[in-house]
Write a protein that binds this ligand. Structure first.
Ligand code: APR
Length: 279
């Protein structure tokens, strides 16, 4: 079976909207993007909400995940090393085999062409990084990395000694407790990445918002901030979201096909050529 979205047909009216979006991107002084779980659906990673969503299937995890971590970090680490929660096992295995899709590659190509200046992602799946994106801000962290809750230093896993007899592992820089870089429910967004996200949002006069229900803050606030300053917001989503009524343009289709077509209208050489048919 073809990956979701690959066999999507871009009809004339959508293609006309994509051409309008391309004109807005081309006219913008500084373009930022905000991405969510929907962008990684075509890589086989389920979204959180809506049909087939992780939280739809398993229920939202407790909103005090971070308080529980701080209450007993050793127990949290034992769960991290040997997850028992079915959704956590499923997500770990799916993340391990997922690869960037046409949507990720298109955003990396847009950056390489100098047309995308900042990429804020809510996704923890590392796929933007694997696709070659470098102007990347991972506001909810990266599942591959570790982070100190004290000094916010981030580490590649091989840089931290994890001894199951002496949990939690400690930060080599400040002695603080080390946890997964993924931001848990109830955990403050690390100040360094949050500050950069606000800076890039304030500098952008055009924001592409791809594959998000725009329901989780502070990320959901960023497109409205761009609109408040008279900027352009272009949504890419097969379904309506909280942002749709306010968006300048809402492109109703899967990210991979729509972003590849956007690149074509912008005459940007895409990493993966559009496999689409226009009827
Ligand atoms: N292309 C583009 N968008 C898609 C696609 C696709 N192929 N498939 C689904 N979508 C859209 C859905 O219509 C939905 O609007 O992606 C969105 C996914 O929404 P959520 O599951 O709510 O994901 P997201 O908005 O990223 O969640 C935000 O919530 O649970 C927390 O920390 C988690 O980062 C996450 C945050």
């Amino acid at each position: 079976m073809a990956a979701p979205g690959l066999d999507f047909v871009i009809h004339d009216s959508l293609d006309a909207d994509i051409a309008r979006a391309a004109a807005r991107v081309a006219a913008a002084a500084r373009v930022a993007a905000l991405t969510g779980a929907g962008l990684s659906v075509e890589s086989g990673i389920p979204p959180f909400r809506g049909p087939g969503g992780l939280w739809t299937r398993y229920g939202e995890p407790p909103l005090d995940g971070y308080r529980r971590f701080l209450a007993d970090p050793a127990a949290a680490w034992r769960e991290r090393l040997h997850p028992r929660e079915p959704w956590a096992v499923g997500l770990r295995d799916t993340l391990a085999k997922a690869r960037p899709n046409a949507g990720h590659l298109a955003l990396a190509a847009l950056e390489q062409a100098g047309r995308l200046h900042a990429l804020i992602t809510q996704n923890i799946d590392d796929l933007h990084h694997q696709a070659g994106s470098r102007v990347l801000l991972e506001i909810h962290g990266n599942h591959r990395l570790l982070r100190c809750v004290g000094c916010h230093a981030r580490f590649e896993p091989h840089r931290v000694e994890v001894d199951p007899e002496r949990l939690p592992p400690r930060c080599e820089e400040c002695g603080g407790i080390v946890k997964g870089d993924t931001v848990q429910f109830g955990e403050p967004i690390p100040p360094d990445v949050l500050r950069r996200c606000y800076e890039e949002t304030e500098r952008a006069d055009c924001m592409l918002v791809i594959g998000t229900t725009a329901t989780v803050y502070p990320a959901a606030e960023f497109p409205f901030e761009v609109l408040r300053r008279g900027g352009t917001v272009i949504e890419v989503n097969p379904h309506e979201s909280e942002l749709t009524p306010a968006a300048t343009l809402s492109l109703r289709g899967p990210a991979g096909a729509v972003l590849e077509r956007l690149l074509e209208h912008l005459h940007v050489a895409g990493a993966a050529r559009a496999r689409r048919r226009v009827s």
